[in-house]
Design a protein around this ligand. Structure first.
Ligand code: ASP
Length: 281
């Protein structure tokens, strides 16, 4: 049994055209299928990084190429990966000018210092052979110049369960757009991305809300302590409601159950188990 679920964040209010919706459904289906195929002869850990790198390369999403621009006109990206088996978490925070932040995060898994920020993250990437790459696309510059603020642009994430029962989670984001330089997104924290032997979760939404609610870590811990995936989401999203939090999350547990929930419509997601697709509508 192997399972995969991916997300592409929330629908941007300015992007809610039928064309964009169809493009996102098609893209997510294609990436879910490619990722599932990859999972057939790779580990969950290798697969979540591969899957998120495909999402980062697609301009439709706010991660990697197509990331949003911060208030000072610079793109800074964050990404994290967590191996449910070893419980190792690694990530990059506010990295600039690399094509795939998730691949830098994955590289850090084998280091003693596993979460790097800003220039330290960029220097590490350069040292490891990641080339300078601008992830800016004209559409994002246009939005930046028009000062269109949108919190619903589309962070990406993936959770996978491989044939040997191992779980991993990965998340990557261009942030919320127009943020103060130095702001830390939830995506490269255990609130936005968490996995252990029982469950893996990747989140999207307002980073501050996700951190206040410790969303991913809470869901995983609840499942570890015996909650069903559904109940763990129910309780965690009830708590999120109390702070009027804006978030969505995807998850897989060790039994192969897949689940997703969002506090506001509509999180963009797709799952695939080798036979059936479930895609957001
Ligand atoms: N969670 C991301 C952040 O706050 C944004 C998003 O998921 O859309 O940086």
């Amino acid at each position: 049994m192997s399972k995969i679920i991916i997300h592409g964040g929330f629908f941007s209010e300015s992007d809610q055209s039928r064309e964009v919706k169809i493009a996102k459904q098609e893209s997510l289906k294609k990436i879910a299928k490619l990722s599932w195929d990859f999972l057939q002869n790779h580990t969950a850990l290798e697969t979540v990084s591969y899957s998120v790198s495909l999402l980062e390369n697609d301009e439709l999403y706010n991660a990697g190429t197509g990331s949003q621009i911060q208030s000072d006109g610079v793109i800074r990206m964050s990404a994290a990966i967590m191996d449910g088996e070893s419980q190792k978490f690694s990530g990059v925070i506010n990295i600039e000018n690399v094509k795939n932040p998730i691949l830098v995060a994955q590289k850090l898994l084998s280091e003693e210092d596993r979460v790097l920020g800003d220039i330290g993250a960029k220097n590490y990437a350069t040292e490891k052979g990641f080339k300078d790459y601008s992830t800016e696309i004209p559409q994002r510059r246009k939005e930046y110049l028009a000062k269109v603020e949108s919190l619903r642009k589309g962070t990406v994430g993936c959770v996978a369960l491989d044939k040997s029962g191992k779980i991993a989670a990965a998340t990557s984001t261009g942030g919320k757009g127009f943020e103060i330089p130095g702001r830390i997104s939830d995506s490269a924290t255990v609130a936005g991305n968490f996995a252990n032997e029982f469950c893996g979760v990747s989140c999207t939404g307002v980073g501050e809300d996700i951190v206040s609610n410790a969303t991913a870590a809470k869901i995983v811990i609840r499942v570890s302590d015996g909650f069903s995936l559904e109940k763990a989401f129910e309780k965690t999203f009830e708590e999120l409601k109390k702070i009027d939090g804006f978030a969505g999350a995807i998850a897989i547990d060790s039994k192969g159950n897949i689940f997703h929930q969002d506090s506001y419509p509509t999180m963009v997601f797709a799952s695939f188990d080798g036979e059936n697709f479930e895609v957001f509508d």
